[in-house]
Design a protein around this ligand. Structure first.
Ligand SMILES: Nc1nc2c(ncn2[C@@H]2O[C@H](COP(=O)(O)OP(=O)(O)OP(=O)(O)O)[C@@H](O)[C@H]2O)c(=O)[nH]1
Ligand SMILES: [Mg+2]
Length: 325
């Protein structure tokens, strides 16, 4: 009898005995032992149902990000920009800075995609050796051309201990080219959840007389596409890379702002240098702390949660309470 007063051989709660009955019976006969003992060679423990491997820590799909968003507040960032504009470089440099505790004002807390960060930063590892590689990052290609792959990073702000979870997609530049050129928006659904959009621009192209106008008008077209897709735009940051080759000129930033104003869009310009060919003047990682600060601070005026209600001398608040209702 088992604890439920059933025959142990038929009790559905009995575990660990998968040996065919005939084999087990003969084993029992042979040994003459306790009939409730599991048969020889049968597993002692049940096989776990789930997989036992660690999470992969490669890029996360949109479904994994949604799942994460259900349990904590996640800041989704949209990262757009033409091929070679420096999108991956920003992410790789951000990772290298934070992993060396060099991102001013922030500390690293966690990442669910360490392998993916390692992969994009691998090329730049030799950068420390004082012998920079020809290319710090390689052109981004996705295994699935329809789903974005996200990198995740949790940071803690030194000033107040606030934690922020960032979801950063590393997309190929062609996605942006096709968004502007052919209005292909299906794979940009995730932008609807984005709190901030970075439009990454190659600073050298902006300072080049022949290429400048093309870049500026494409930024305008991109803003137009985003307005069609999203309606009201979230905070927009124009991330201008190659700060090591020079500062974006006031004339260029003014023209960018005018171009956006035609579509009723405003943006903040953040010059950065994820890498630097000119270490003495501009350190690699220049501006990335500003980028994270601009990303995580809201443009809304600070709200007073509890309005001050200092008692007024002589006001008969207690007696007056609810008299007017
Ligand atoms: N010196 C310097 N090099 C940079 C800077 N930003 C990007 N690069 C280099 O420019 C090249 C292209 O940058 P990526 O970040 O790979 O460009 P991307 O926008 O990800 O390009 P796709 O993946 O093709 O869309 C890389 O070799 C980077 O190392 C910068 O500020 N300064
Ligand atoms: Mg890339």
């Amino acid at each position: 009898m088992c604890a439920l007063e059933r025959d142990p051989a038929t009790c559905e709660h009995r575990v660990g005995d998968t040996t065919p009955t005939v084999a087990r019976d003969s084993a029992i006969k042979a040994e003459g032992s306790d009939p409730t003992a599991p048969g020889i060679g049968s597993p002692v423990l049940e096989r776990p149902m789930g997989t036992s491997s660690f999470p992969s820590s490669r890029t996360l799909g949109p479904d994994a990000i949604s799942k994460m968003m259900a349990s904590r507040y996640v800041t989704v960032i949209g990262i757009l920009g033409d091929p070679e504009s420096g999108k991956t470089a920003c992410l790789a440099s951000l990772y290298l800075l934070i992993s060396n505790a060099e991102l001013a004002g922030w500390k690293f807390a966690d990442s669910k995609s360490l392998m993916a960060f390692e992969e994009i930063a691998r090329g730049a590892r030799e950068w420390d050796a004082g012998n920079p590689p020809e290319q710090m990052t390689v052109h981004t290609e996705l295994s699935d051309d329809r789903r974005p792959g996200f990198l995740h990073m949790r940071l803690v702000r030194n000033s107040d201990g606030r934690r922020v979870d960032l979801a950063l997609p590393d997309l190929p530049g062609e996605w942006t080219t096709e968004l502007v050129g052919t209005c292909r928006t299906d794979r940009f659904e995730f932008l609807k959840a984005a709190e901030v959009i970075w439009v990454v621009l190659d600073g050298r192209a902006l300072e080049n007389k022949e290429r400048r106008q093309g870049v500026i008008s494409r930024v305008g077209q991109l803003a137009g596409r985003l307005r069609t897709l999203l309606g009201e735009l979230p905070k927009l940051l124009l991330v201008i890379t190659h700060r090591d080759a020079g500062e974006p000129s006031a004339a260029v930033t003014a023209r960018l702002e005018t171009e956006l104003a035609k579509r009723n869009v405003t943006a903040t310009v953040v010059p950065v240098a994820p890498f630097s060919d000119n270490d003495k003047q501009v350190k690699p990682g220049f501006g990335l702390d500003d980028l994270i600060t601009a990303t995580t601070t809201s443009d809304l005026p600070p709200m007073t949660f509890w309005l001050p209600s200092d008692p007024v001398e002589g006001a008969r608040s207690y007696i007056g309470y609810r008299r007017d209702r």
